[in-house]
Ligand binder design. Structure first.
Ligand code: ATP
Ligand code: MG
Length: 232
């Protein structure tokens, strides 16, 4: 029988009981937590502000500001933000099936009908962001999560920013295997094209996951004759 002294009281954040760690990023740890009353599962990104450089902290606040603006079925929904002197807690919808990256690493490439559905969901989420002046800048299979039904939830807006047609950006963002050429070369860019690069890379079989590593394949992108009309 379990002794009283051995019973672990759950760690609490606001109304949530922390259950386990589900992810670790460069700047944050992500925990699965459950609301004490409604029992709803959530993900809480916990950021120790004392460990961050000023620029990284600004990025964390920007992630919150961006998430507040985005309401889309294929984008992780922000529920609540809590802040103390040292800590920042970003409470979001939980995606129980985790990263598409893990899914592909474990089960291999997706069957085409499934891949087509996932792809459509990613395009619709990214298009929604671009139309609301947000560019994600860190699209990758690790930041595409799956909910209980296997639908996409775009996550991790830590590198996102606002873009306009008139201004250009130059910050080096994202992850080397997925970075667009203009980002790699330190050139200026408008914004959406660096997200679209990753989408084209995925669409053209440009990425392969082997032994947990992302490999970029040689790709040849061909555009259908009606592409111009689709873009307008
Ligand atoms: P990095 O700097 O490595 O990109 P990060 O610190 O910005 O990471 P996130 O990418 O937001 O943090 O989260 C890290 C990982 O935690 C994700 O890749 C994913 O595995 C897990 N995770 C984050 N949010 C959720 C969620 N809502 N549901 C399920 N898992 C999540
Ligand atoms: Mg991430």
């Amino acid at each position: 029988m379990e002794k009283l002294s051995e019973k672990r009281t759950p760690i609490r954040v606001g109304f949530y009981d922390i259950e386990k760690t589900i992810g670790k990023g460069n700047f944050a740890v992500v925990k699965l937590a459950r609301h004490r009353l409604t029992k709803t599962e959530v993900a809480i990104k916990i950021i120790d502000k004392t460990q961050l450089q000023a620029a990284d902290l600004r990025r964390a606040y920007r992630e919150v500001r961006v998430l507040k603006k985005l309401h889309h079925p294929h984008i992780i929904r922000l529920y609540q933000v809590m802040e103390t002197k040292n800590m920042l807690y970003i409470v979001t919808e939980y995606a129980p099936q985790g990263e598409i990256f893990e899914h592909i690493a474990r089960h291999g490439r997706l069957p085409e009908p499934h891949a087509r559905r996932i792809y459509w969901q990613v395009v619709s989420a990214v298009d929604y962001c671009h139309k609301r002046s947000v560019v994600h800048r860190d699209l990758k299979a690790e930041n595409l999560l799956l909910d209980a039904e296997g639908s996409v939830k775009l996550a991790d807006f830590g590198f996102s920013t606002w873009w306009t047609q008139e201004t250009s950006l130059s910050t080096w963002c994202g992850s080397p295997p997925y970075a667009a050429p203009e980002v790699f070369e330190g050139r200026q860019y408008t914004g959406p094209e660096v997200d679209i690069w990753v989408i084209l890379l995925i669409m053209n079989d440009g990425i392969e996951i082997q032994n947990g590593d992302v490999k970029i394949m040689k790709i040849k992108i061909t555009f259908p004759h009606f592409f111009n009309r689709v873009l307008v």
